[in-house]
Write a protein that binds this ligand. Sequence first.
Ligand SMILES: NC(=O)c1ccc[n+]([C@@H]2O[C@H](COP(=O)([O-])OP(=O)(O)OC[C@H]3O[C@@H](n4cnc5c(N)ncnc54)[C@H](OP(=O)(O)O)[C@@H]3O)[C@@H](O)[C@H]2O)c1
Length: 228
Amino acid sequence: MATSRTALIIGASRGLGLGLVQRLHEDGWNITATVRNPQQPGALADVPGVRVEQLEMNDTAQLDGLKQRLQGQVFDLVFVNAGVMGPLPQDLETVQPQAIGDLFMTNAVAPIRVARRLAGQVREGSGVLAFMSSILGSVTIPDGGEICLYKASKAALNSMINSFVVELQRPDLCVLAMHPGWVKTDMGGENAEIDVLTSTRGMLEQIKAQSGHGGLRFINYKGEPLTW
Ligand SMILES: NC(=O)c1ccc[n+]([C@@H]2O[C@H](COP(=O)([O-])OP(=O)(O)OC[C@H]3O[C@@H](n4cnc5c(N)ncnc54)[C@H](OP(=O)(O)O)[C@@H]3O)[C@@H](O)[C@H]2O)c1
């Protein structure tokens, strides 16, 4: 059944962010979505009624500008999805310090800087603030050696989310660190286990199920709890 809930998706030009916008649209939500280059919105332009805003997450002026433009709006969902794989190969002997800095800035620090500015606009009681984490962010998962820097950046994101939730002092707020599955996107590659439709359908289902339950949880697109 259609609803008129409101969502803000950060990083919606392609992949999972775009898929989330498509699922939310099908479910009747009012959507604001950010892209780095609004002149080239790609397939996002095919989703009717989406308000497209510009955001390069690592740019403080753009973060402040977005906050200003969205002032007064209340969101049922804010989903900070954007992220990068970082330099390849992730060879610790040859990787450049700047590339490591960019990876950790984008994946671990910038999502919190987005959330700090927008958490106050997540609906009291039933709102959901979600971050796109990864099961690789769990320090207990032994896989991922070839992408150890990416894995560490998602572990850092999980740690930053934990610190942010303490700083926030809003026990009513549902905060999710979400693993989307291994998904066929530019990042996940064509050998990934599931498609964007399956992942984003699952994540939307979980967001709706978790709404109203305050606190921080690390879960996957099927709603299974994951170990930090
Ligand atoms: N695919 C998987 O299997 C998988 C598994 C676990 C977690 N994840 C996570 O899911 C999220 C989405 O991944 P994906 O698979 O959809 O990857 P993707 O297809 O590579 O899309 C990445 C998205 O992030 C945006 N982005 C990157 N850096 C940004 C920045 N500095 N500021 C603003 N936007 C930025 C990109 O925008 P542009 O188009 O402008 O580059 C793009 O919209 C990421 O956080 C990723 O780590 C993915």
